[in-house]
Every structure is written in structure tokens, then in C-alpha cells.
Design a protein around this ligand. Structure first.
Ligand code: FES
Length: 251
């Protein structure tokens, strides 16, 4: 915005509801703000909370797209508030909490319970079956494998992919983008000793990669631009390979 341009007057329509308060009813409140250069939704929400409504609930921690706390529905699309510039949005901005997750209040949701349940269901930790040997040398890993694991670890578990997923919205047991990405991360890790057929039980059921209906909104909204389509292809390839081998079919 140049010095001569008139600042836009932004109109925020924000979902309000406190599920802990029996007198609270879901509704929206409207707030207005003058836009400033490089204003993000994070900055705008803080200004609203500081100057207009100290009771407004929303989450943030890092302000730099790392912690994943500030995800919300921005004009109908999941996004990180700290990374979304108001200049990329129209003057009317609707903010709602992410669906699928338990509402804490206003724009704040509990993503932690969903991610913990997903991690427990998929046992998202290294399964090492070798006996512990304190004198063992460090195991080497190829650069390619390390880079692929690092790519999976870039997920910040913000929940945007889960909120955008048509299936996860009606079935909260579906692993969705973040869960399947987590599975793939451990599946490709040579330190994890689970076999492909063991992974089959995790990935191939109704909650897994074959239940995905392929709308790919998850990849469209991922703020870290993770290649989720490639992740699903990897999981399907590995899982089907395990099933064919289990049946003795070498095709
Ligand atoms: S505040 Fe951490 S991702 Fe936005």
C-alpha cells in the first residue's frame, strides 16, 4: 500500500461461542479495523482483542507458521492466521473455528486430542526390535532417505488438512493428511522395524489411505505445501505390495 492510498476498512465477522457457558449461544460478532501495511490476521485479531473485545478466544504461540496453533477457517478455507496477510483477502473477512476438532471457545479448538489419538492408533514412534546395546555404533542412513523423512517431519500438525477433508469431517477416525503423512514418515524410516504387512493393518482399513475419496483439498490448504498426493501414492504402493507378497503373487 503506498502512502497516498486510502487504508481499507476491514470488516471481521467472527464466530463466538463458549461451550462451557450454558448461557452462550453460537453467533457471530462484527468488528472493524483500519488495515495497516503487512497486517496479518494474527495482528488484526490481537488488535481486536486488545482494543475491542478482551474476551475473544484464539490460539497462537510462534507467529511464524511453526507451532500450528493459529489455524482457523478464513472465508471458508483453513489457513494459519499468522501467515495470512489481510491484503490477500477481501474487505469482508469471516473467521470460524476449524471443524472436526473439539471447540474450546470462539476460534480456539483442541487439535491436541485428535493428534494424540492418531499417534496412539498408528503407534507413531520408532519400533526398534534390536536389544539395546550401549556400545553400538550410530547407524548410517542415506541422504535420500534422511531427506524424505525430514520432508514428512515438516508437518506442523496445524489441522488444516483435517479440517479441509470431506471424509474427516464426517468420520473422525479417518487418519486424514496429517495422520497418513505421519505413517509414511515412520514407514520409510529404516530404524523402524515394522514390516509392510504390519503397516497394512494400520493403513489399509476404513481409517486409512484407501478410504480417501481423492478430493485433495488437504494438499491445497497445507501451509507447509507438503506433497500429500505423493505420500498417499507411496502408502498405496507399499500397502498393496505387502498384500500381493502375502498372497504369493509376485506381479
Ligand atoms: S502462531 Fe504458530 S503457526 Fe501461527
Amino acid at each position: 500500500m503506498s502512502d497516498t492510498e486510502q487504508a481499507r476498512r476491514l470488516r471481521f465477522e467472527i464466530f463466538r461461542y463458549n461451550p462451557e457457558d450454558e448461557n452462550s449461544e453460537p453467533h457471530t460478532d462484527v468488528f472493524e479495523l483500519d488495515e495497516t501495511p503487512f497486517m496479518t490476521l494474527y495482528i488484526a485479531l490481537n488488535q481486536i482483542r486488545e482494543k475491542q473485545d478482551p474476551g475473544l478466544q484464539f490460539d497462537f504461540a510462534c507467529r511464524s507458521a511453526i507451532c500450528g496453533s493459529c489455524a482457523m477457517m478464513v472465508n471458508g478455507r483453513p489457513a494459519l492466521a499468522c501467515r495470512t496477510l489481510t491484503s490477500d483477502l477481501p474487505e469482508k473477512i469471516q473467521l470460524y473455528p476449524l471443524p472436526t476438532f473439539k471447540l474450546i471457545g470462539d476460534l480456539s479448538v483442541d487439535t491436541g486430542t485428535w493428534f494424540r489419538e492418531m499417534a496412539e492408533k498408528t503407534e507413531a514412534w520408532i519400533h526398534e526390535r534390536l536389544p539395546f546395546d550401549p556400545d553400538a555404533l550410530e547407524q548410517r542412513m542415506s541422504d535420500d532417505v534422511a531427506a524424505a523423512i525430514y520432508e514428512g517431519d515438516r508437518c506442523i500438525e496445524c489441522g488444516c488438512c483435517v479440517a479441509s477433508c470431506g471424509l474427516a469431517n464426517v468420520d473422525d477416525t479417518f487418519l486424514a493428511g496429517a495422520g497418513l503423512n505421519r505413517v509414511a514418515r515412520f514407514m520409510m524410516d529404516p530404524r523402524d522395524s515394522r514390516s509392510d504387512s504390519e503397516w497394512f493393518d494400520v493403513v489399509a482399513g476404513d481409517q486409512g489411505v484407501f478410504a480417501c475419496i481423492g478430493m485433495m483439498a488437504c494438499e491445497d490448504v497445507c501451509p507447509k505445501e507438503l506433497p500429500l498426493l505423493e505420500v498417499y501414492a507411496y502408502l498405496r504402493r507399499k500397502t498393496l505390495g505387502a498384500r500381493f507378497l502375502a498372497k504369493g503373487d509376485k506381479a
